[in-house]
Each structure stands twice: as C-alpha cells, then as structure tokens.
Write a protein that binds this ligand. Sequence first.
Ligand SMILES: Nc1ncnc2c1ncn2[C@@H]1O[C@H](COP(=O)(O)OP(=O)(O)OP(=O)(O)O)[C@@H](O)[C@H]1O
Ligand SMILES: [Mg+2]
Length: 398
Amino acid sequence: MLDCALISRDDTFRRQVTEWVGHAESNARLVLDIAAAADRLPREAVSQILESQARLVLIDLGDTTTGLRVVKALREEGPDLAILATGPSLPADTLLEMMRAGASEYLPRPLSDEEVDEAFQRLRKRVATPSQDADVQGRVFTVFSSKGGSGVTTLATNLATLVANRTHERTLLLDLNPGFGTAEISLGLTPRYSYLDVIKNFHRMDAELLDSYLEEHESGMAFLGAPPVEESEAPTAAAVQGLLRLCRRHFHNVVVDGGSRLHDALVYALRDSDELLLVATPEIATLRNLKRAQNHLAVRGLGGAPPAKVVLNQVRDGTGVTDREVREVLGAPVFVSIERDDSTVQQSMNVGSPLGESGRSRFARGIARMGDGLLGTNGRRGGRLSFLKPFRSSSPGK
Ligand SMILES: Nc1ncnc2c1ncn2[C@@H]1O[C@H](COP(=O)(O)OP(=O)(O)OP(=O)(O)O)[C@@H](O)[C@H]1O
Ligand SMILES: [Mg+2]
C-alpha cells in the first residue's frame, strides 16, 4: 500500500489526486489531507507530514514559489520521500532550483488528468518497495558518553554484533562521530563512503543507492562510517534526523556510535532514539562530568527522549564507584556493569571482529547482560544474516 499526503487547496488537483488514490489499481491511500497551499503552511506542518509516514507527498505551491522552503524541509528530513509538486509555470532557473530543493516531479498548472496520471505512475515506481524487508520501522539504540575514551565505540560495535546475531534481523552500525570515527577499525573495514555521502545524496536516495554506500561486516551486519576527516561543517540536526528516519526504514535495528561530542545533531539523534546508553567509567570525576552533560541535554530540550540507561564500563573488582554512588550522582541506577578486560578487548579489536556475547570472557558476559536488558532473554536465534540479501548493490555513480 502506498501512503500519500495531499497538501493543496486547488480543486482540480485535489480531485485528480483523490480519483487516482481511490482507483483500486493504484493501491494507494491518503493518510493526510491538508487543504492549504505550501506557501501558507506553518513549520509544524512539515513534522505532521513526516509523522504521517506518507511515502508520496503531493504538494501544491499555490501561486508563488515561496512554498519551496517546505519542499526543501521535507527533502532534508525525509530523504526517501517522493515529492510531486505543482504550481505556477516556472522559468528554467526556478525550475532547476525546485528540483535541487528536492521535488521529484514538478507539474505546472493547468494540469491535465493524463499528465497527473503519468507522473503518479513514474513516482509509484520510484517508491516501489524494493523488498519485503524495506519499510520496516526499526529501533535505534544510541551509545554515547560525555567523556572520550569511555568505551562508546567498543560497546556500540559489540552491541551491534550481539543484536545482529540474536535477532537475525537486518542490523546497521552507524558511526555518527563528526570525523575520525574508529568503529570501522574495530570492525576491520575500510569504508569507501561515510554518512555524509548519504546525506549529500538525499535528493536521489532509494534502497539500492543507500545499499551501495554501506559496507558489509563478516557478522552480516551493515556499516555506515563517519567521514575520514573532521568536516568543517557538521551535519545539520535536520539532516541527522533524516538519516535516522532513512535507516529505520531499511533496518530493523540501528546501533549508533554517538561518540562523546554533544553537538546539535547528536542531541537530536538522542531525542529520536528508542534506547539511550550512556557510557560511564567508574570514577567520581567522570560521573560528575556526566551529570553536567545530563543537565546540558535537559536544557537543550531532550524532552520526549527515553531516559538514558547508564552502562558502567571498564569496571575493576573492588575499585571505583559503587552502584549507590552512581544512583546518587546521576539519579539513575546502573543498567549494566561491564568489566575491564584488556586482553579480550584488544584481541577482538586487533582482528576486527567484535565478540558480541560469544566466548566466556567476563567482557562477553557483560555484553550478554546488556543484550538481555535491551532485547530480553528470548529469541536467541543466532546464525549469519547478510544485510545485502533483499537487494544487491550497484555503484553509487557519484
Ligand atoms: N571493558 C573494557 N575493557 C578493556 N578495555 C576497554 C574496555 N572498553 C574499552 N576499552 C578500551 O578503551 C579504549 C577506548 O575505548 P573506545 O575507543 O571504545 O572509547 P570511545 O569512548 O569510543 O573513545 P573516543 O572518545 O576516542 O571515541 C580502547 O583502547 C578500548 O580497547
Ligand atoms: Mg569512539
């Protein structure tokens, strides 16, 4: 079923859309109908359109091109949306601007029924689900800290491996660090592309193109890395929200290495996650630092985000802070403690193969407890899954 959103006050266009949607063969339905032109839409309408989960947006610009900003915002936050825009007849340069803003098709008025029908057919193909696995509403687990070197990358890579093995579902590890991400080293991969390439190509994104930007790890999970150098411009919050929305649609599980820099985009990623794992090491100074980060996040409007689960990493017998102290400083209990286990962690890093919960080491047992807490102890299905199964890759052709 193709879910559509209609934003128009033009009677002819409204009739054409409703007739097309009502046609049994279209296999489409209207999930949102706003009787206004784009130039009159309040900013909140963009969120309303995205929340409707429509795949095809049919939007009327009205009599001017000021509504172009809505098309831009939709494209930025909904990278794989198909957008059919209609409006006045446009000079070539404005038409180009419209396509750059992200409209998949632009139909100038007056509209003939045939033109609209043909545009629908083309867009229908574009948003056709490439596999039964696409269009899932995946879960996002974000691992982060406020102090570098706490073990975010170690835990994110091991958690992703565990989730892929236990659930046997399509799982993606996304390294959202602004630059110099190290998750790829833990996985022994040399990625050709980063999440910035995906963001830059939102306007032409579909399942096949997304697939071509990913690496496949030997565990079967997919990987999308951070840029190899610190980019001068960090991705905008909207772009990161769009990226997560895209990843959720194509993966059942998305594990994010959030790093330890609480830049704007990360704050939004935290807000849009289903599970937040805040990594702390067992020293009072680190906990105080985390407390400051918690306050900072609260001020920056992390309202609506799930409460962060505290993971105490690199714990050594009989030393460091107690669970009670953590609760007192952070106001949250320790979700799971993971022991410091140098030989196991170094060894798995050196061979580029996170253990997940396999093996008998204390570290692996800690990761297994984290998995139990997040996924429950049922459904250990194990086995290898290729993330490429549903669709094969092709060259991104940039
Ligand atoms: N439980 C553990 N036992 C032993 N070593 C660990 C453990 N967790 C992390 N380490 C080691 O600590 C170091 C830092 O870990 P990691 O790179 O995962 O931290 P990070 O928070 O991602 O750091 P960064 O801020 O650089 O991104 C690494 O050498 C890693 O192997
Ligand atoms: Mg890291």
